[in-house]
Design a protein around this ligand. Sequence first.
Ligand code: HEM
Length: 403
Amino acid sequence: MPDDPYAFNPYDPDETQHMWDLLVRMRAEAPVTHPMEGMAYIARYADNAAVFKDAKRFSSAGGFRGPGVVVPENESFLGEIDPPLHPRIRRLLLRAFTLQQANASEAWIRRRVRTMFDAFAAKGGGDLMHDIAVPLPGSVAAHALGIPDEHHDQVAQWCHDLLHSTWPQTNATERGHGIAGGFPEFAELLDSLIAERRALGADAPNDLMSRMVNASADDGWHLSDVHIRTLSVNTLAGSLSTTYLLGNLFHRFVTDPENFTAVLRAEPAKIPMAVEESLRFEPPVLFLFRTATADTEIAGCPIAKGERIITGIASANRDETVYDHADEYRLDRDTLPDHLAFGVGPHICLGDHLTRVEARVVLEEMLDVFGRGVLKLAPGYERRLVPMFLEYGPESLDVVVAR
Ligand code: HEM
């Protein structure tokens, strides 16, 4: 649609990561636009929240898979499952992904983060993304699942390989079908941990994998071992969005000593607000997809059955009708209305509690290890965003530790 003033390419990160001005105009003038044939982009907060909450009208099936690829239920990620199976699984998982469970990880996370920052300080700097923001989230999720520390690096590598292979689109690689065929060593490790927990029953360690193994619905229905393996990979892969939350916070820490670092040092109680405001202002996931299950309308605009809906998280989070000074990152807000960085409704992120604990601990330890003005951008550093169309955060962040 060459003459469309709202057109953009949703698969081009050079466009999706830099369209804040266009989003202001869309929210004011065109709440539903058509960036491509058969696709509708939703700009306003209320309309996006309504789409997220309505799993019947707006299906998650198909998710990120290629057209026509059918994935067996027990090899499906949660984000691609619709009712009635999705709420069944969620009910069981909500018993595992609790605030209490996230808090139980805090001491381990703090030790891990402290070790990483101390090593970083000792070598006088480096790339904060490569050294901390990339490896930490996968390791935290692996720990929460119950994967022993010595496997974390290997697991992170397998996750990276899996997400960058043909598996996301086709559910297969040249080695074989599904996770078991495409990544047999990864599947073998997870299967052995699951089997160990099945054998231990009520004596299994208190981790997410055990909770998935031992959870059953009132009618006795429970997750199969294959599905627990898939959901474990889903948890590890889902956690990787935290990388860009940490990256966005790190960038602020280094480049805004006055309004960010000094404020948090003086008032550590504002750290949770700093995390929420980052999630709102620079959401690590810019948008997601749904499919209309019937002819319908959004904001009075017709939507055809089968149309792909792009839920504009980035736009919703800066909606002027919801947030004061929506286009500014501020730590002096009295309240912050809910943002959509984790989605909302039946598919809302299961890792939200863990993410909040992890980001808070990272900022607390960072303030403790690096005194005022100690971290500086490396000479010649230029901020480039990660080259992924629906993500937002720095690709690298080279800093030096001033003595
Ligand atoms: C800053 C970090 C994170 C962001 C921005 C984020 C974002 C999201 C969003 C937007 C969704 C909703 C998907 C939808 O509506 O289709 C989601 C779902 C999910 N997230 Fe996260 N996430 C983060 C961290 C994590 C972590 C740490 C984990 C695991 C420990 C995790 C696991 C999941 C899972 C399993 C789902 C699927 C839930 C479902 O479909 O029912 N996420 N996440």
